[in-house]
Ligand binder design. Sequence first.
Ligand SMILES: Cc1cc2nc3c(=O)[nH]c(=O)nc-3n(C[C@H](O)[C@H](O)[C@H](O)COP(=O)(O)OP(=O)(O)OC[C@H]3O[C@@H](n4cnc5c(N)ncnc54)[C@H](O)[C@@H]3O)c2cc1C
Length: 466
Amino acid sequence: MSQKYVPTSHEAYPHDTLLSLAYDWERVADPGIPPRWPFRVYLPRGTDDVVRAVNETRERGERLIVRGHAHSSNNLVTGEGASVLLTDRMNQIIDVDERAETCTIQSGAILAQVDAHLARRGWGLSIIGDHDHITAGGFASVGGISPASHRFGLFVDTVTELEYVDWDGQTHTCGRERDPDRFHRVLAGTGRQGVITWMTVAIVRVDKYRTILRNHRLITTSLDDYIRRTAALIRDPGDALMERGVWADFPVPGGRVRLGQFSSYHRTPQNPLKSLANSVAYGYQQFLGYWAGRLPAAVDQAVKYMGMAAIMFSPLYANGKNIERFTDQVLDATVGDPTRMLVVLAPADQYEPLFRRLYETAVEERRTSGGITFISVYVKAIRSAYLSRGDDSRRHCELMLYFGVNPEQMTEKILERLVERVDDLVIEHGGFRYMHSRTSSDPDRRKLVDPNHLYAEDAATPPRKR
Ligand SMILES: Cc1cc2nc3c(=O)[nH]c(=O)nc-3n(C[C@H](O)[C@H](O)[C@H](O)COP(=O)(O)OP(=O)(O)OC[C@H]3O[C@@H](n4cnc5c(N)ncnc54)[C@H](O)[C@@H]3O)c2cc1C
């Protein structure tokens, strides 16, 4: 039986080939990077198998690398000659408890599939990534941001309990009430504490497919105007149910096009015309997404520009699912220039200076090294107990520097310099890096930018005020 095709943002790089095991998402930034082939691969189906894999690896004196679907690009899930544990077979939905408003899933479960399962019962995940292949364990091990993060926080804020196997082969269950210090150390821990086997996640009553929201859209060509107006929306989203924005700077013959858009999605009275508007607009985007990555290169590139235009002029009416999956269903990251993301999680009151300085850094790098082609800065508001250590008065935001790469010019040395400059800005402005994207590799510097270090055993006094 043929299956319905689902657009993917990386037509060229499937997850289920042997070759995929030798790469992480860095390959999208540099298609020429050498593969790092593992020597041994484990495919556990549950806790007992994980304990066995951990014990075997320890007895050989090796480190075990935990790998979801490798959407990270910070050298976290690959290793030359390494032992790698894949969570692919630990992909079951264990329980949906409607009374407790939770679901319990194995760590290899694909969150988009969990959300689809919940949707059939009138429930959904409050926080989910915009890409359909992200795993629960991977998302919980980095943080997890969505356009609803100003209401529900990071994905880790919605996890209530989990089980993991530590590197001594011991199994622990911990949660918000039960051993919270341990629990917080595992969350956003990029696999350093052990292997998460299952987790319980809060769910919400929602109809992501039929409820239509109204997009209060901001579009401007002025950088100052963009930063000033989005700063207000990031700091105070009001009654927006979802929100997100992007500033884009594209070189074109004879100059560059600069345009910013920000969408705040609000409740609106429902009627069939709005549903139709949603279906037509997103049908068009999915049509672009369907073809992206499947056409001759030049046409693919044109489709990509049409996709970017569709993002900038995002539709006035949208259902929650289309808002969550917005960029993923229209753009293929493996088409056109290679791309890289460097993600910053900043205190909301540092949004303006950090936005400006991150963007200026990228513009300067483009001018001096030529290693960068287009530049965009994606932004979202975040209200996270994890990032603020439970201080509800503190707000954060995501600033994602997403740029096109010219691989000949973007040498490793230039990339390292750029990453260090981003880390420096983050340290200066009291922010964090989102650790799935490339950071400096020096452990002391990493501590300074890693939100998980707030909960580390040696972090009784956090290194600096956030
Ligand atoms: C196209 C694309 C779209 C994205 N969209 C979003 C988005 O909307 N929001 C957002 O927040 N992020 C987004 N991301 C980033 C994504 O959340 C991270 O890449 C993250 O790493 C999850 O991917 P993964 O499940 O493939 O995990 P991997 O990259 O495989 O793993 C990430 C980390 O988690 C660890 N890990 C994985 N499973 C386990 C486990 N069971 N136990 C312990 N450690 C584990 C790994 O060791 C590694 O350190 C996106 C990335 C891409 C490429």
